[in-house]
Each structure stands twice: as structure tokens, then as C-alpha cells.
Design a protein around this ligand. Sequence first.
Ligand code: NAD
Length: 310
Amino acid sequence: MEIKKVLVVGAGTMGHSIAQVYATAGIEVNLIDINEDSLNRAMILIKSNLNTLAEFERVKKNEISNILNRINPSTNLKDAAQGVDLVVEAVSEVPDLKEKVFSQLDEFCSENTILASNTSSLDIFKIVKVKKPERLVIQHWFAPPHIIPLVEIVAGRKTSKDTVELSVKLIERLGKKPVVLKKYIDSFIVNRIQNAISGVVFELLLRRIATPEMIDVAIKHSLGIRLPIVGVVQTMDFTGLDLISDITKSKGIEISLIKNRVDQGHLGAKTSKGFYDYGNMSEEEILRKRDRQYLKILSHLEKIDAFEPI
Ligand SMILES: NC(=O)c1ccc[n+]([C@@H]2O[C@H](COP(=O)([O-])OP(=O)(O)OC[C@H]3O[C@@H](n4cnc5c(N)ncnc54)[C@H](O)[C@@H]3O)[C@@H](O)[C@H]2O)c1
């Protein structure tokens, strides 16, 4: 099934930009909102976003008017739902509202239309009732969608493999990066990790351990340089899984994922195997490869004054 026409419901922070990404990929988009002002604002923002992307040669300046022409803003959901292959729901994060919108979509769209929700935190599969639930899926974007590549794809128990595969191919066709969760979990991958970070930030602030500015300075000058290269898992291979084991043990915690690796002598970069397998690379080669990447990032961040607040 080829996606030729898409309906985006909700033209706010996420919806306007998701519509823009689809239109940029050459796909016709009906963009719906209950609020006429939201639609007007959305079209102004899309034009402005496209001009910013053109400055960085991410879209061609002479394509902007064609992209805009592919987006049809409207407040009439019933008409906009006709003949669409996919719906992306991006209305406010209110369960009753999502339920209502999906029941309207179920009524107005063809039974073969893929129904995707951009929810960040709701178990849409429990809230929403639609005919043929195998076509219901979460496609979770990150703000701003016209820049951030990741789209998390989350299936419910009844979502079909075909719907997941189609979602993956579609997101790739848009030039974005799909990651399919192996099973449903609240807040998915990124927000779950982000929520854990936020919890600690609130604690540090409430206990007056540091000011907001101090926390951001600390993070930007450390994790900010490492994260783009080693993520949050591979970074442990460089810390050394033996050290992590000692630290967690001293706090009375044993993590089987770490213990099993340490018991087998897989300590990370220093033994060429940890969470990742570095094949035949020596420790020296692994560290040099990492350090070259770190230095490229560091030089670039310094060049663009990234250590100053926005
Ligand atoms: N803001 C983010 O960073 C972010 C990131 C990922 C996912 N999300 C998710 O995306 C969804 C939208 O979030 P947002 O930040 O864009 O919200 P928003 O408040 O900016 O936009 C929501 C839009 O939905 C419209 N709307 C409300 N009821 C409607 C209806 N019945 N029909 C059509 N339009 C309706 C509103 O008028 C508004 O323009 C939420 O589920 C949110 O959790 C948000």
C-alpha cells in the first residue's frame, strides 16, 4: 500500500510541522483543526520553518511554494477524511478528546486507512475503539518534527505486522529514523529516559544543590558532548562495566545485565566487548575512534557557541 494522501488532525506545535514533513516528501496533506486561528498560525509557521530549512539547504527555495500548495488547511474533518491513506492524530493530550476524534475518524475514513496517534503518554490502544484495530498504531514524533529525525513506532496488542512495517517504510521515505519498540511501555523510550532525568533535575533544584543554569552548564559540558557519539548504553562500555558493577554493588544493588557480562570478562572497550561487540579492534583503536568523534563534536559546539544558553 502506497501512502499518497495524509490527514493530520490538530495543527498545533506538532501537527503543523508533521504536515510540513509529509508535504516536503511530495505527499498531499489535509490539515485539520477545530480552531481557524490555529490553522492560520500553522501555515505561517510552516512557511517560516521552510525558509529556515532553505537557509541550511535542507529544502530548495524554489520548492517552498509547491510544498505549501500540497497542504490543504480546513476545519471540516468529514470532508478532509475522504480518500486519505493515513491519519496522523496530533490533538491535545486529553483522553476523552482522543477517544472522540478517533471515533469520528472511524466513521469518516475508509476501513483501510491507517490510523496513527502522536500521543506522548496515553495508552491509545485502551482509550480508542475503532473497527479493524490492526490498523491503529502510535507514531511518536519529536519536536520540532521538521528537524528531529526520530519517530518511535509503538504497536498495540492488536496492531498488525503490516501496519508496523508500513509505518517503518513510510517514516524512512520521509527521511526520518523509525525505531520500533519490541512491546508497549508507558512513555516509550525517549520520554521515559527524559522523565527520569527530569525527576532528578527537580530533586536537585528543590534541594537547592544547584541553580538551573549550573545544571545546564554541567550537562552541556559533559553528557552533551558524549551523548551524540555513545548514546546512553554504549557510554557504559567506556566507563567500564566492572566499575559500574562496583558502584552499584556499593549501593546494595546488583544488575544482572552488568553482572553477567562482568562474570564473562566482557568489561566494555577495554576487553573489546561489553554491551557492544567491537570485533577485532584493539582498545587503543576503539578509544582513538571515539576520541576523534568527540573532538569533532567539541570543535563544532565551540564554533557555534553552543555552550551559551539560547
Ligand atoms: N509538544 C511536543 O513537544 C510533543 C512531542 C511529541 C508528541 N506530542 C503529542 O502531540 C499531540 C499534540 O501536542 P501539541 O503539543 O501539538 O498540542 P497543541 O496544543 O500545540 O496542539 C493541539 C491542537 O489540536 C487542536 N484540536 C483540539 N481538539 C481538536 C479536534 N477535536 N479536532 C481537531 N483539532 C483539535 C487544537 O486546536 C490545537 O491546535 C499530543 O498528543 C502530545 O502529547 C507533543
